[in-house]
Structure formats: structure tokens, C-alpha cells
Design a protein around this ligand. Structure first.
Ligand code: SF4
Ligand code: SF4
Length: 108
């Protein structure tokens, strides 16, 4: 799963390299923004722990959409800086939960 840059991202065509690892959807408790999605243990109530995918992907809320959320940061960050910061968060979440890029739990 790859997220395209916004239409006005400038000369960069860099895409957000989401690997669908699921680490973000399993760690909602790190941000109050996602409180309404948290089923109580930090995992999103729309997350399918069997397939590791979002059950409402096509209609997921805006806060789950990397490209759309860029508009909240574009006065401070370039698209590339925004991608880098998001990717850094993904890596930290995966490290914290011992999850690989493919979503496999390294402890299992
Ligand atoms: S943690 Fe990052 S790479 Fe993994 S599913 Fe979420 S956005 Fe994609
Ligand atoms: S709605 Fe979907 S993309 Fe958003 S946190 Fe839940 S499972 Fe993840």
C-alpha cells in the first residue's frame, strides 16, 4: 500500500512508503486524536487483527489519511519533510511493538 503525494507537492513525486504493517492502528493510545477509534486497548475498533488491515479503509477518517492530513502541516513542512517525519513515527511504533515492516511480530 503506497500513499501518493498531494497534487501540489511540487517537483517531488515521492510517495509515502506505507507497508501496511498495522503498527499505527495498533497503537492509538499514543495520541488523543485517535481516542474515539480506540477499542480500549490501543487497537482501533476497525482494525482486523487477523488480516492486519483496516476494515473500513475506503471510508477511514481523515486523521488516518496521510495525504489529506498534509494540509494541516504544509505551512511548516515540505511534503518530503512530512513523509520523513511520518516514516520516523512508523519506525518508532514498530520498534516499540516489535513489529516488522511487513506487520509480523518479531516476538512471535
Ligand atoms: S505504521 Fe506506518 S507503515 Fe505501518 S501501517 Fe501505519 S502508516 Fe503504514
Ligand atoms: S480506521 Fe482504519 S486506518 Fe484508521 S486507525 Fe482504524 S484501522 Fe487504522
Amino acid at each position: 500500500m503506497y500513499v501518493s503525494p498531494p497534487k501540489d507537492a511540487g517537483p517531488s513525486n515521492r510517495i509515502f512508503p506505507c507497508t501496511a504493517c498495522g503498527a499505527c492502528c495498533r497503537n492509538l493510545s499514543h495520541s488523543p486524536l485517535y481516542a474515539s477509534l480506540d477499542r480500549g486497548d490501543g487497537i482501533c475498533r476497525h482494525f482486523d487483527t487477523g488480516t492486519n488491515l483496516c476494515r473500513i479503509y475506503e471510508i477511514r477518517p481523515k486523521i488516518c489519511r496521510v495525504t489529506e492530513m498534509f494540509e494541516a502541516f504544509e505551512d511548516r513542512l515540505t511534503w518530503e519533510e512530512y513523509v520523513d517525519l511520518n516514516w520516523q513515527s512508523c519506525r518508532e511504533l514498530r520498534a516499540r511493538t516489535h513489529t516488522s515492516e511487513s506487520g509480523v511480530n518479531r516476538k512471535e
